[in-house]
Design a protein around this ligand. Structure first.
Ligand code: KG4
Ligand code: ZN
Length: 372
């Protein structure tokens, strides 16, 4: 059974052709990251406009790379929730139009379910159920108890930022660029993970929820200094004139020995050298990984799971992969990461809709896009 699937929930325009919910014949992703980089995050309106420009070409490319045409396709699946509403609407509209024009059944997909399913694709060994799934992406961080391919229950989630969001924000604080996860991942390899003792937020002992906003703030204060701790001195004033450049004063026109109220500095801010950035990246990543690993293992203990599935953009993180591999060593637990090409958003993961197809659970052409 050949399925064309479409995913456009955030800033990737994606289409894929898969066979029987397992075999990926083509997986085309047109990333918009370059367009959003200058804003330090996804701009929803820009994302939906770019989806409209690209969706037809991406679908055509997916069919052609799979060596098929509309005639060879048995069903069309589309991610219709959750995500940015304008972005979702483009994919949903395209899928409905093709389903109607080609006379094919339509199937709806939950983005998170897609991320979990991607952990079952291209695996050296089949997944042993029940499993605990950790979904860690830019928009979501949650733990699920999965009894089989289609049944899942949320057992923990973030109370504030998603893990990927924390990576992106910390990368912005360190002035690394966007998306931040891969950049921090790379930089962390050169740094000391024990250089900074960033907080691990484990709200309650038996809790499976996450919280990353305190960690993000701790990094911010490390870099910029504690608010309210100010220093007025000549050395720092001079630095501000050079960095600020737009203070309206000619550099050097003010006397450096003259104290004044114009310049305010946080006394304990660090100088962001390459070595300091690497140490902060490594220490931040170690704190995120520590919490993710501990909560995931706690979830395994609580559910009696036989395997761990890890999907979403942050599943590509080398520190997380190493941390979980170490935690399961000698336990007999299966550990399944989404293949690197299927960690970040893609349409192949939407082939989880195959399980709906075999059950005859088709969507209507009135299928809505749902942000939440
Ligand atoms: O799953 P995804 O493509 O989008 C959402 O569904 O949100 O995940 C994107 C997120 C971004 O926040 C990105 O910084 C993060 O995944 N990410 C990583 C890595 N690669 C991507 N975070 C940490 N380490 C990585 N290697
Ligand atoms: Zn995602």
């Amino acid at each position: 059974m050949l399925m064309l699937s479409i995913e456009s929930s955030c800033d990737e325009t994606a289409a894929a052709v898969t066979r029987d919910g397992r075999e990926v014949l083509s997986n085309v992703v047109a990333s918009q990251a370059g367009f959003h980089a200058r804003y330090g995050g996804v701009v929803p309106e820009l994302a939906s406009r770019l989806h409209i420009e690209r969706i037809n070409q991406v679908v055509r490319e997916a069919l052609s790379r799979a060596g098929t045409t509309s005639a060879g396709i048995d069903a069309i699946a589309v991610v219709n929730r959750p995500g940015l509403i304008g972005s979702l609407l483009v994919g949903v509209c395209a899928a409905k139009t093709l389903a109607w024009a080609w006379g094919k059944p339509l199937l709806d997909v939950d983005h998170i379910h897609g991320h979990i399913h991607s952990c079952t694709l291209e695996q050296p060994a089949p997944v042993q159920w029940p499993a605990v799934a950790l979904v860690v992406s830019g928009g979501h961080t949650a733990l699920y108890e999965c009894t089989d391919e289609v049944t899942r229950r949320v057992i923990g989630r973030t109370r504030d930022d998603a893990a990927g969001e924390a990576f992106d924000k910390v990368a912005a604080i360190l002035k690394l660029g966007y998306p931040g996860g891969p950049l921090i991942d790379r930089l962390a390899r050169q740094g000391n993970p024990r250089a900074y003792d960033f907080p691990r937020s484990l709200p309650r002992r038996d809790d499976l929820d996450f919280s990353f906003s305190g960690l993000k703030t701790a990094v911010l204060y490390t870099v910029r200094g504690q608010p309210g701790v100010h220093r007025h001195d000549a050395k720092h004033r001079a630095a501000d004139e050079v960095v600020g450049g737009g203070s309206g004063r000619e550099s050097g026109s003010a006397s450096l020995s003259e104290p004044g109220p114009t310049f305010v500095f946080n006394a304990d801010a660090v100088e962001l050298t390459d070595a300091v950035k690497a140490d902060i990246a490594a220490s931040f990543q170690a704190a995120v990984v520590d919490v993710l690993v501990r909560k995931t293992m706690r979830a395994v203990g609580r559910t009696g799971a036989r395997s761990i599935l890890v999907g979403g953009g942050v599943a590509a993180n080398r520190g997380l992969r190493a941390g979980l591999a170490e935690a399961v060593a000698g336990t007999g637990l299966g550990l399944h990461f989404a293949p690197p090409s299927l960690c970040t958003d893609n349409a192949a993961m939407a082939c989880v809709a195959y399980h709906k197809f075999v059950r005859g659970q088709f969507a209507e052409l009135s299928l809505p896009a749902l942000a939440g």
